[in-house]
Design a protein around this ligand. Structure first.
Ligand SMILES: C[S@@+](CC[C@H](N)C(=O)[O-])C[C@H]1O[C@@H](n2cnc3c(N)ncnc32)[C@H](O)[C@@H]1O
Length: 256
């Protein structure tokens, strides 16, 4: 494990809870993407419920303002959110009122979650933003917190093979469009943590920005919803990975 630092992605959301949360209702693209993600999460909950009939113990890592935590916790037995930003957690206390909220960094040695196990863990809008070292530490710590057969669901909302990123790289001669993760990098990350990918869902094929929206919105949203059912994972911007901890095999122990 690396020594604690007070910079980088860990510090990126200090003091911006309210502003962050309102973007999921105010920005049309973010709002649409969140609605599509909710349908994906409902499918995951359905299959997880079948395997955990007594109830799901759920963790949302980097829960931020409780967007995903509030939605998923409605359907689980227990719910815990963990984040390093107190300002994000203050909003989460309202949007996920039934969840246990922990202000901590689980990649550190003194993780308050060590020894606890969950049937379902989510981690949204975290991995492609985080530095490579933090990505790796986080996924290994999360794999350690999964019950055998448990699921980790996370997204890469900055997939570098997306149509938009490719166009941006082409038009800027490679100067822009490089922030995010390739599909190959995600596969490596998952495999390093000893997890298996059960399925990959996708959304976001129309090459637009949240601040530069194409119109009419009804047409863009119709295309985007249809695209989630077509084999367009190769050009989509937001890939949602449903991974499992194998029942028998030993996952990577991050403190080893
Ligand atoms: C873009 S926000 C995502 C929030 C939420 N998951 C969502 O999808 O709306 C990323 C969050 O990661 C948190 N974060 C960054 N590094 C972290 C770490 N090492 N441990 C826990 N949370 C972390 C930030 O504080 C921030 O709230």
């Amino acid at each position: 494990m690396t020594a604690p630092t007070d910079s980088g992605y860990r510090q990126s959301h200090q003091g911006c809870g309210t502003e962050y949360h309102s973007q999921f209702s105010d920005n049309p693209r973010r709002r649409m993407m969140w609605q599509i993600e909710q349908a994906m999460l409902e499918n995951v909950l359905e299959s997880t419920r079948q395997q955990s009939p007594v109830g799901i113990n759920y963790l949302d890592f980097a829960c931020g303002t409780g967007r995903v935590l509030g939605f998923v916790s409605e359907h689980t037995n227990t719910a815990t959110g963990v984040d390093v930003s107190d300002s994000m957690l203050e909003v989460a206390a309202t949007s996920a009122p039934n969840a246990e909220l922990i202000s901590a960094d689980i990649t550190r040695d003194d993780s308050p979650l060590s020894g606890r196990h969950f049937d379902l863990i989510t981690a949204f809008r975290f991995f492609p933003n985080a530095e490579p070292g933090l990505r790796s530490e986080a996924i290994k710590a999360l794999a350690d917190c999964l019950s055998p057969g448990g699921r980790l669901v996370f997204n890469n909302h900055r997939c570098l093979s997306s149509l938009r990123h490719r166009l941006v790289r082409l038009l800027t001669l490679g100067r822009k469009g490089r922030t995010g993760m390739t599909r190959h990098e995600v596969l490596q990350l998952v495999s390093e943590a000893g997890l298996e990918i059960e399925r990959v869902e996708h959304a976001g094929v129309v090459p637009e920005y949240e601040w530069l929206l194409l119109r009419p919105r009804w047409a863009v949203e119709w295309i985007e919803r249809l695209a989630t059912r077509l084999p367009l994972v190769g050009i989509a911007e937001n890939l949602v990975y449903v991974c499992r901890r194998p029942r028998a095999a030993t996952v990577h122990r991050h403190a080893a």
